[in-house]
Design a protein around this ligand. Structure first.
Ligand code: SF4
Length: 399
């Protein structure tokens, strides 16, 4: 369980007012003291995440958050972190003192759950006291467990409810989902150039390799330089060739035109986001009007190289292939919807470090702002003239 990356497992976020018993509930669920518990309000400063095995779901990540009525500058920052954690949740556990009437922060959390259609389970704490009549009415539409954190009473009911939510915590599709099966061979082309990290493969390559093994298939990992000779020596064509987008053209030239070929970026565009939106966004981007503002958005603070894809290659290719009357901006967080409206399109990175839910939230915000969106893999594939070929392996485009 501890080897599963946090970005791959369902995230259950405990949110609620200060002193509702979120940290002690986390400890109760984990069966150990993972979070600091105190009777004074505001003990949890930043979100605390712990993994646990939850039958029959498997590994889940439990995140304890700061209460939503924190005060001062630091308090505002903590509340923002809490809101971000709630927005990235697969399941919200609204932790609310059962003996008190509903407050502003609890209404806000339920509002987020309703707006984003996220599943929400209500835990009324302090179950040793009578439920406040207003709280009883307010929570009656929700799946609800009454729990006494001190004695553990009600914990069994809470676990039953958590298990019943299992099917709603849809896992991300794996990189090779539906593309290969047992006994197949997949060729993974991984250039080792100045941009490659020293001594290791990057996460999308490792995940795809592992997925091939999980699917009882075999994988041949090869650099673009050696692809031609290794491919020629294969007794039969592989089921699929997956390549880094940046060597798309060379790879396509080195293998037969009938060979199924795609890129790691497209696999992860499908895994993390909506491939269809990205394809439509790419079409719109190729017709961008003069004076368009384009945002390049990334999902983590990776070290930028001299020939960085987002800040150097994509803007240069766009200016060469579409027109140069364009302004590019760069961001590692998604701007507010108001700011987004000032852009014609967003080009997003492959989001390998982001959980699918978080990426889908980003896409929702971009959609609501009426802005086109595509991603690096689609853009580089388009720039290298590989469409529609790079999309052919995906059944939703070529059933
Ligand atoms: S694809 Fe995005 S999330 Fe992944 S390493 Fe690059 S910038 Fe970070």
């Amino acid at each position: 369980m501890h080897d599963t990356p946090l970005s791959e497992i369902p995230r259950i976020v405990l949110a609620g007012p200060r002193n509702a018993g979120k940290s002690s509930l986390l400890n109760l669920l984990l069966g150990r003291e993972a979070a600091l518990v105190s009777a004074s309000a505001g003990t949890t400063a930043d979100p605390v995440t712990r993994k646990m095995e939850l039958f029959p779901l498997g590994p889940v990540a439990l995140t304890d958050t700061a209460g939503l009525e924190d005060t001062g500058d630091l308090g505002a920052l903590r509340m923002e972190k809490t809101r971000q954690a709630v927005a990235g949740a697969d399941l919200i556990l609204l932790v609310t003192p059962g003996d008190l009437p509903p407050g502003v922060s609890e209404r806000e959390i339920l509002g987020i759950a309703q707006k984003s259609a996220k599943p929400c389970l209500v835990v009324r704490t302090f179950a040793d006291r009578p439920v406040h009549p207003e709280k009883a009415v307010w929570t009656e539409e929700y799946s609800c467990a009454d729990v006494d954190n001190l004695s553990g009473a009600g914990k069994g009911r809470l676990f039953e409810l958590l298990e019943s939510f299992g099917s709603r915590l849809s896992p991300e599709p794996t990189p090779l989902e539906g593309l290969i099966g047992p006994g197949d061979l997949v060729v993974l082309v991984t250039p080792i150039d100045v941009a490659a990290p020293k001594g290791r493969l990057i996460l999308p390559q490792v995940e795809t390799l592992r997925d091939a093994l999980d699917k009882d298939a075999a994988a041949l990992v090869v650099k673009d330089r050696e692809l031609y000779s290794f491919y020629q020596s294969l007794p039969a064509p592989p089921r699929l060739v997956v390549t880094d987008s940046q060597v798309f053209s060379k790879v396509a030239a080195d293998i037969p035109g009938t060979q199924a070929l795609t890129s790691f970026s497209l696999l992860f565009a499908r895994k993390k986001g909506e491939l269809k939106d990205f394809v439509q966004g790419m079409e719109a981007l190729s017709r961008a009007p003069k004076g368009a503002r384009i945002l390049v958005a990334e999902g983590c603070s990776h070290h930028r190289q001299a020939e960085d894809i987002g800040t150097v290659k994509i803007p240069r290719l766009f200016r060469q292939m579409v027109h140069s009357d364009v302004t590019f901006s760069f961001s590692r967080t998604l701007p507010s919807e108001d700011e987004l409206r000032g852009y014609y399109a967003v080009i997003h990175c492959g989001a390998c470090m982001l959980k699918r839910t978080k990426m889908l939230n980003r896409l929702d915000a971009i959609r609501r702002a009426g802005v086109h969106v595509t991603n690096y893999g689609l853009f580089l594939g388009w720039a290298n003239g590989l469409f529609p070929r790079a999309l052919e392996p995906f059944p939703e485009y070529f059933p």
